[in-house]
Design a protein around this ligand. Structure first.
Ligand code: COA
Length: 256
């Protein structure tokens, strides 16, 4: 795992290019640890997640590790471990951007879907090919893919195991932007920089309102939104942001 810190944001690179960044237990542990370190760093508000090398974001959970699973209970533990790490990313105060630089398959697509935003290289290919190995997605794919693409497209992808190009993934709402491969990191870093300039409390609570709101019904979501709006409106950054607008100058947010 490689962590590179910038002003307000970090770039986290899954670094196992010889296996197309497949997630073995050591890589999963390193991802979990790196995320803990970034969450503990108050200067970091946004994280770009990408894969080392120019072929893959992440080509899935490690197939050799899946091959060694000896019982249903062991398989369930394996799935819960991956789910817990990805769920933590989804719930984190840190806003995450997946920069999909190549294959995002199986656990790779599941990692990208746990992130808040997805930017893909035009040459990237995504999919949930687990069925071709005799298993089903276990790190959130059966739940997050239908929430992004609808149940028809999700079932199509999960039942066939087909790989899908970046533009088709964009059409279905699984990725949010498709850019020429050479521009991917420039676009992702520029997005990270812009988000890191936003009022920190509003940035984290906007994410929470959308993410947590989607878990329940509309009335519960609207209650949550009102409460979180209240917190942002009472912040010093809200005084600064509105004052700066009225004074026709850029705001200087401090995260308070
Ligand atoms: N787990 C473990 N190793 C993997 C892997 C995975 N998910 N995906 C790729 N690798 C390894 C390959 O075994 C190979 O290792 P080797 O050089 O020691 O033989 C290396 O990464 C390069 O992959 P390779 O298959 O030779 O590249 P390719 O260009 O022919 O094909 C893919 C690329 C992505 C199409 C192909 O690697 C693939 O289908 N990977 C598995 C995708 C998958 O099923 N993911 C879900 C897992 S649950």
């Amino acid at each position: 795992m490689l962590t590179e810190r910038h002003e307000g944001f970090a770039v986290l690179t899954i670094n196992r290019p010889e296996a197309l960044n497949a997630l073995n237990p050591a890589v999963l542990d390193a991802l979990d640890q790196a995320w803990s370190d970034l969450e503990a760093d108050e200067g970091i508000r946004v994280v770009v997640v990408t894969g080392a090398g120019d072929r893959a974001f992440v080509a899935g959970a490690d197939i050799a590790a899946i091959n060694r699973i000896g019982s249903a209970a062991e398989g369930e533990r394996f799935a819960r471990r991956g789910q817990a790490i990805f769920d933590r990313i989804a719930r984190s105060r840190l806003v995450s951007i997946a920069a999909i630089n190549g294959y995002a398959l199986g656990g790779g697509l599941e990692l990208a879907m746990a992130c808040d935003l997805r930017v893909a290289a035009d040459s990237a290919e995504v999919g949930q090919p687990e069925i071709l190995l005799g298993v089903i997605p276990g790190f959130g794919g059966t739940q997050r893919l239908p929430r992004l693409a609808g149940s028809g497209a999700a079932l199509w992808w999960i039942l066939t195991g087909d790989r899908v190009g970046a533009n088709e993934a964009y059409r279905l709402g699984v990725v949010d932007r498709v850019v020429p491969k050479a521009e991917l990191m420039t676009v992702a870093l520029d997005l990270a920089r812009r988000l890191a300039e936003r009022a920190p409390i509003a940035l984290a609570l906007a994410k929470r309102a959308v993410r947590e709101g989607l878990q329940g019904d509309l009335a519960t979501g609207l209650d949550l939104e009102a409460a979180l709006f209240g917190l942002t409106a009472a912040s010093e950054d809200a005084r600064e942001g509105t004052r700066a607008f009225l004074d026709k100058r850029p705001p200087r947010f401090r995260g308070v």
